[in-house]
Design a protein around this ligand. Sequence first.
Ligand code: SF4
Length: 86
Amino acid sequence: MNYITKQRKYLRKEVKGYDYGGLIMKVVVNEETCTGCEICSEKLPEIFAIKKGIAVVLNPNPEASYKDALLEVIEECPSGSITLEE
Ligand code: SF4
């Protein structure tokens, strides 16, 4: 299992276990690995945009209602550049 797969499994487990009542999620994009493919900005334009060919996070602390959509985008990001931090 490579590092990205391990991290995704860890994030999925952690996020599913969260009590969103008090959680503050921080969405982070790794600018070094992002390829600018636009998957994230097309699926969640409220949270991501593309600037100068790289994804930027417009809303780093989205509401809990975005959890499932965020997990989907994290899975679909071809370079594994999106992470959630507490
Ligand atoms: S999906 Fe991943 S690689 Fe594509 S633009 Fe978003 S962060 Fe970058």
